[in-house]
Structure formats: C-alpha cells, structure tokens
Ligand binder design. Structure first.
Ligand SMILES: [Mg+2]
Length: 259
C-alpha cells in the first residue's frame, strides 16, 4: 500500500475555492487504507487551522495530525540541533505556536542573544525586524527560513512570499539561510519518517514542479504532477523542458491516475 505526501493549495483547494476531485481522491485513499500526510510550505497557519481550512473549503475530513507545515519542520530542525534553545522568530501564529510546541524559547530580539533566527511569512514585516534579524545573525545566530517561495499566487495576483523576506535578511546579513520547506530534503525527510514507509513507496502529489515535484524526486519518492492550481493553464511539456524537472506522472486532476 503506497503512502502519499500531498500538497494543499493548488492541489486540494485553490485559495478559497474547492477543487472538485480532491475530496473523492482523499476518500479513496482512506477506503484503501493508504497512509497520507498533507504537507505545506505555508507557515502562517497552525496545523489545526490548516485542517479546518481543508474541512471547510475542500470538504476533506482532516485533523491536525494529518498536517505537516514548514513551521513545524523548522521548529523540529532547530529543536533537534539545539533543544530548548533561544530563537528570534519573524512570522505569524503558525510559526510561533510550532516553535513553542517544540520546546524552543522565543525571545524579543538580538539583545536576548538568540541561538537562531527562524523566519517565515510575516505580513507585518518591517525594517525594524530586518534590522533585528541581521544583527542577531551577524552576532552568531543561525538563520533558518521556512521556505524559499518568492511569490504567492492569490486573488490579488502574485504577492511576496516568505522567500522574498528571506532574501532581504540574506542581503542584510550576508548569510544564506537553511531552507526547510519543499523542495528541501529537510521537510521531505520528516514527512517520509511520519509515514513510516520507504521513500520509493511514497507518492508526492502537487501542482508545483519546482517545490513538490523537485522535492519528491530529490527525496527518492515517486511523483505525480497535477495540472490544477498554478499548473492549470500551463503547457506541461514546455514546463518540464524549461525546468528540467520530470515527474513520473502528469495528471489532469486528482482522479486521473492510470489504472
Ligand atoms: Mg501547491
């Protein structure tokens, strides 16, 4: 029985709109007894909020335990490296809750001598936060970024993603972050561990070639690129040629698996 690592936005729903094949696809996995995990680069929501969004938007009976966010993965990475360490966080509720749950100690800024700066999407990002982050990193703190997505597709068009903030901090500090989210092997390996299966018995399913599919290939998983979300209006062959990222399967939608 294969396992599944499944992307959220663009794969199971599109922003606040349902994707009609998503709920029947998840239902088929439940009936078959296939283990699955919803894995998202979005660090703003807590796992409970992600699960509620899945229930309300996509009609999928999800619980917090079914979710792995880049915030949880970043928190685990730092907690494994330095248990109970002091962290300066730039981010929203999903990141702050994940750090606290991992036993890390949130501090106010560089004067508190943090061991790490952990940064995710922060829609209240300011010069003062950039200043604090770069001072802490120049003072020796590690720099951990939840994900490298530069742009987020929204109803208002493309908006700045967490990675755009990371690159500001990188420029100001001169230090490259440890990237946690897809396509990083860090989050992929935590997801594989949670499923408890060998990587080659797990399908990574998502709408983004550069994050979902590249991350799945790098982790040794099987990959299915679904042409919804950001991939709904693209020429798949052209995208594969441009990116040199070749998924095992290209699906028109989540119920389009070969027999
Ligand atoms: Mg997606």
């Amino acid at each position: 029985m294969p396992g599944y690592i499944i992307d959220l936005d663009g794969t199971l729903y599109a922003g606040t709109n349902p994707i009609p094949q998503a709920a029947p696809f998840i239902d088929s996995l439940r009936r078959a007894g296939s283990p699955y995990l919803f894995v998202t680069n979005n660090s703003s929501r807590t796992p409970d909020e992600v699960a509620r969004h899945l229930r309300e938007i996509a009609g999928i009976p999800a619980a917090a335990e079914d979710v792995l966010t880049s915030a949880q993965a970043a928190a685990r990475y730092q907690a494994d490296a330095a248990p109970g360490s002091r962290v300066y966080a730039i981010g929203e509720q999903g990141l702050r809750q994940a750090l606290a749950k991992a036993g890390l100690h949130l501090v106010e800024g560089p004067d508190d001598k943090p061991d790490a700066v952990i940064q995710g999407i922060d829609r209240s990002f300011t010069y003062a936060k950039l200043f604090s982050a770069s001072r802490a990193i120049l003072g020796g703190a590690a720099f951990i970024a939840t994900n490298s997505d530069l742009q987020l597709p929204t109803e208002q068009g493309l908006t700045p993603g967490s990675g755009s903030l990371s690159l500001a901090i990188r420029a100001a500090s001169g230090v490259e972050p440890v990237w946690i989210g897809k396509p990083s092997p860090i989050i992929m390996n935590y997801a594989i561990e949670r499923l408890g299966l060998p990587a080659d018995e797990i399908w990574v399913v998502g709408d983004n070639l550069r994050t979902d599919i590249a991350g799945g290939i790098a982790a040794g998983c099987r990959t299915a690129w679904v042409l919804t979300g950001i991939a709904q209006d693209v020429d798949p062959e052209e995208q594969i040629r441009i990116t040199s990222i070749k998924p095992e399967l290209v699906l028109r939608h989540l119920l389009d698996w070969p027999a």
